[in-house]
Design a protein around this ligand. Structure first.
Ligand SMILES: [Zn+2]
Ligand SMILES: [Zn+2]
Ligand SMILES: [Zn+2]
Length: 323
């Protein structure tokens, strides 16, 4: 992590800045997941280690729940799957993805402690959970999760306090990063990448995140690569400049982006594009010489686009493109 350093900005709190120059496409850092799980509806068709979608997967003989490409993926996963395997076997079925992810995080904390782990600039204890910002509905959702978690968590594992378990669920909801299959087309899982969590949002970011599933095809295991995210520069970034990614779709109008950022990440975007509403006019503009459409037509088109985006999102999570 010699390419970046943590700093404190007055407006946004913690952030990351570059400690050297970067050019478009450069990998600023790569990071393996602290913990990650496959989505509930895909546990049989996506590898639980590398998140590749495969025709044929091998099933864990113990719990019959986890699936892997091959022995390499299965072996690599054992340290993270060991307790999960026993718990799923005992309970008789796997809980939902949120509970599974929280449990994987907590087993790792049991193993290594919650403070700084190697290669991380921030500890899991220190990640934002925004519990104080939760509204009633979010709070009751959280209570349900904690309840299901307690039914799943084995008595012989370390027992954590309610507040700590809630912190884990909170950090999953505002820091969880969606993982895609090897085609990059389908959202197949969710993971926590602590260093990535330090990169602040900007609606006009200078970086983007690429998910790399890794490669286990080499005969020698030393040439295998692990699944990871890569933070890549979108253009020239100067030494000392803050690194940013966009948490939301820039094609939304600044007002819509602001709402979404507030709802999911609990902050008011003060980036240049939002404060000056840059490019909003472009998104709403018409060709020269043509009359401006009426308010109601604009509303209709925006609604249509939103519905279409929802459908695309749904297709993406279900991997169904032919409908
Ligand atoms: Zn695999
Ligand atoms: Zn198993
Ligand atoms: Zn903004």
């Amino acid at each position: 992590m010699e390419n970046v350093e943590v700093f404190n900005s007055e407006a946004k709190g913690r952030g990351l800045k570059a400690t050297q120059d970067f050019w478009a496409g450069d990998v600023i850092f790569a990071e393996t997941a602290y913990a990650a799980v496959v989505f509930d509806n895909l546990t049989n068709c996506v590898c639980h280690t590398c998140f590749k979608r495969q025709e044929k997967l091998q099933r864990c003989g113990q719990c019959k729940f986890a699936h892997y490409c091959d022995r390499t993926c299965q072996k690599e996963s054992w340290v993270n799957h060991k307790h999960e395997c026993a718990a799923v076997k005992k309970v008789g079925k796997a809980p939902n993805e949120n509970i599974r992810l929280a449990a994987r995080i907590l087993w790792r904390i049991e193993r290594e402690g919650g403070s700084l782990t190697e290669g991380c600039l921030v500890s899991v204890d220190d990640l934002q959970s925004h519990l104080e910002n939760f509204d009633q509905e979010e709070k009751s959702g959280l209570m349900e999760d904690v309840q299901s978690f307690l039914e799943y968590w084995p008595s012989q594992s370390k027992q954590f306090g309610m507040h700590y378990v809630s912190h884990i669920f909170g950090l999953i909801s505002c820091n969880g990063f969606t993982l895609s299959d090897q085609r990059g087309l389908q959202a197949v899982g969710v993971g926590i990448f602590p260093n990535l969590c330090l990169v602040n949002h900007d609606c006009w970011p200078n970086c983007t995140v690429i998910f790399n599933n890794g490669n286990h095809e080499a005969v020698k295991s030393m040439f295998h690569t692990q699944m990871r995210i890569e933070l890549r520069a979108l253009g020239k970034i100067n030494k000392g400049e803050e690194l940013s990614v966009s948490y939301v779709d820039f094609l939304n109008l600044s007002e819509d982006r602001k709402q979404q950022l507030k709802k999911q990440y609990y902050f008011d975007c003060t980036c240049e594009h939002c404060t000056k509403k840059i490019k909003d006019d472009l998104l709403l503009d018409v060709k020269d010489g043509e009359p401006k459409p009426s308010e109601s037509v604009i509303k209709e088109v925006i609604q249509f686009s939103k519905d279409a985006m929802e459908k695309i999102d749904k297709a993406r999570s279900e991997g169904a493109y032919l409908r």
